[in-house]
Design a protein around this ligand. Structure first.
Ligand code: NAP
Length: 200
């Protein structure tokens, strides 16, 4: 049987329960054998000013803590450890996974916000030789369906109600002293507090 592997790409700054529910929902809907979370090398999302300076190692460790209790979830360092390049390009992520899993069917999962500039991604047309794309979206998000219809058919959009939680809001709450219990796993509440993250 061909293995079906979900590759969950994101900054995870920090990982929250919306990401975990999304991974679980996509795994069930597409009958995936496992979902591998892949934190990006850098915390700076391209083309955005809303950044936090949390080192990749903190984002990676929080992702490991959050995924630890789910036997269907794994975490990969493939992008965090990628030498040289300042940013993470999904084509490189997919090539790495293709090398490790030459016969598997790959599903790249990430936030539907990427649709805004998806066609500008490095080697855009080749991305679909490697994987199907499952773009998860929050309730009320504005999806440009006409634009989506012009893109390759290997892209699907799935609404995840739990994605009402966002990393931006978690960071903001920590910054102003509001609780983040139940928005992120308990271990992440403790990790953030212990390491004084997001307070500057
Ligand atoms: P981001 O800045 O962290 O996230 C942008 C938006 O999408 C945020 O609203 C975010 O919500 C949401 N999101 C991101 N990842 C998600 C996930 N796995 N599940 C649910 N929602 C998610 O991330 P990004 O910079 O857009 O990158 C996302 C992925 O696309 C990464 O794997 C990145 O390497 C890849 N990417 C590749 C290229 C390229 O190849 N040229 C360009 C851009 C992005 P939260 O803040 O709540 O997570």
């Amino acid at each position: 049987m061909t293995q079906r592997i979900g590759i969950m790409g994101g900054t995870f700054d920090p990982i929250h329960n919306g990401h975990l529910v999304a991974g679980s929902e996509v795994r069930a809907k597409y009958d995936l054998d496992q979902v591998i979370f892949v934190p990006t090398k850098n915390s700076q999302p391209r083309f955005k000013n809303d950044v936090s300076p949390i080192a990749g190692e903190h984002r990676y460790l929080m992702t490991v803590i959050a995924c630890a209790s789910n036997p269907d979830f794994q975490v990969s360092r493939v992008d965090i450890d990628r030498p040289g390049d300042e940013y993470t390009y999904t084509i490189d992520t997919l090539r790495s996974f293709r090398e490790t899993y030459p016969d598997a069917e790959l599903f790249f999962i990430t936030g539907a916000d990427i649709l805004v500039d998806f066609e500008t991604w490095k080697d855009f047309n080749q991305l679909f030789d490697y994987a199907k794309f499952v773009l998860v979206t929050r309730p009320g998000a504005n999806i440009d369906w006409e634009h989506l219809a012009t893109l390759p058919s290997e892209i699907e959009v799935l609404e995840i109600p739990a994605l009402a939680i966002s990393s931006t809001d978690v960071r903001r709450r920590v910054q102003i002293g509001l609780p983040i219990w139940y928005l992120v796993p308990d271990g992440i509440v403790q990790y953030i507090s212990k390491n004084h993250l997001y307070t500057d």
